[in-house]
Design a protein around this ligand. Structure first.
Ligand code: ZN
Length: 376
């Protein structure tokens, strides 16, 4: 992973690069900060920078043999320790037993939290740990010779999940650090970590991401409309993983899509029962979701126009949305677009000012039946 692929954190990146340039890379560093902000990708990018044959002033080269192995996470000098659910039936005793899944997840979507990792390996709801078997595995890895002739790097993700046996073993190792070996401890919280371990580490505090950084990521990677991306970013409180979950989650985007389709079908059919059902359904959402739904509607109207008038270039849609717009977009045109946008913008304005949601959305669906017909 290159530094440029890690969102935000420009000051931290510069600090890490300066450490390398000044040749004072500490053997144990703790990247400490709230969850969901990309501390793990940052640690991996730093590891790659340290192993790269031709690093520039800003980043790894990305093409040397060491970089290539780092990018597939198969570099023999890169070691990971992370929580797993120890399971005899699944033959999982330590990190390496789940390494294939770990590499797959990290290379396909590097931003995840402990829940995301557990879900990915089918252990949601279970209690993952870094156990004593892990410390044996660490000692074994430390006995290996460096492959690249440079550092051996051990990234410990969430050391707060170490049980006491594992923590004591790690402490011993950090007290007598093996030569040319670096430990990056990636922690959400230092509270559950032995103070003696913390005192052995150089602490690097990683701040939250800004709403703009999160919003730009959602626009780029999740193809969200700017206004929707900004809404999700503002809701996420600096936690990119939460923002991604909101953007992907059933409760959000998909649910908005289903609801929007239902609303438009009812409006087109001018079926009073269906219209009242869907209006009630929207009114039952909490206020933030009502606002997101309205923003989502505006997004679909805009995309419909783009589809009609720009031959579909620049579309910002997911697959199911594109299929829907194949039929729906023609109903959105210069006969009704201004009024549609106005009615949705007004709805947003009134939700913000705590209007009665039931009345507001029943008015909205009634005007929609007329407006959609205007576009036919
Ligand atoms: Zn390189």
């Amino acid at each position: 992973m290159l530094f440029k692929d890690v969102i935000g954190h420009s000051k931290t990146k510069q600090h890490l690069i300066n450490e390398v340039k000044a040749d004072r890379v500490s053997h144990a560093q703790m990247l400490l900060g709230p969850p969901g902000i990309g501390k793990l990708p940052l640690a991996i990018a730093f590891a790659q920078y340290l192993l790269c044959d031709n690093p520039s002033a800003k980043d790894s080269c990305g093409i040397c043999p060491n970089c290539q192995k780092m990018q597939s996470l198969t570099h023999p000098d890169l070691h990971f320790v992370y929580p797993v659910v120890v399971s005899k039936t699944d033959k999982i005793a330590s990190s390496d037993d789940a390494r294939t899944e770990w590499n797959k997840l990290l290379t396909s979507r590097p931003y995840f939290d402990l829940n995301g990792w557990m879900e990915y390996i089918g252990f949601e709801g279970k209690n993952p740990i870094i156990g004593v078997e892990e410390s044996r595995a660490i000692l074994k890895k430390l006995s290996l010779k460096s492959f690249s002739g440079k550092y051996k790097i051990m990234i410990v993700w969430l050391p707060e999940k170490m049980n006491s046996q594992a923590a004591n073993k790690l402490l011993k190792i950090l007290e007598e650090p093996p030569t040319k070996t670096l430990f990056f401890l990636v922690c959400d919280s230092s509270e559950e970590i032995l103070p003696t371990i913390i005192s052995r580490c150089q602490i690097i505090r990683i701040p939250q991401l800004s709403p703009d950084e999160i919003s730009a990521y959602l626009e780029d990677k999740h193809k969200l409309d700017k206004s929707l991306a900004q809404t999700f970013a503002n809701l996420s409180q600096g936690n990119l993983v939460n923002a991604i979950n909101t953007a992907q989650g059933d409760e959000a985007h998909n649910a908005y899509f289903d609801l929007f389709v239902k609303l438009m079908r009812a409006a087109y059919a001018a079926n009073p029962n269906e219209l009242m059902d869907v209006s009630d359904e929207i009114a039952a959402l909490d206020k933030e979701k009502q606002k997101n739904f309205v923003l989502y509607g505006l997004h679909i109207f805009r995309e419909s126009l783009i589809k009609n008038y720009l031959n579909g270039e620049l579309l910002n849609l997911r697959e199911e949305e594109e299929r829907f717009l194949d039929k729906f977009a023609r109903f959105i045109n210069n006969q009704n677009i201004t009024e549609l946008m106005t009615s949705f913008n007004d709805a947003y304005y009134h939700i913000e000012r705590n209007a009665n949601a039931k009345i507001l959305f029943s008015d909205l669906v009634i005007s929609l039946t007329k407006l959609i017909r205007k576009g036919v």
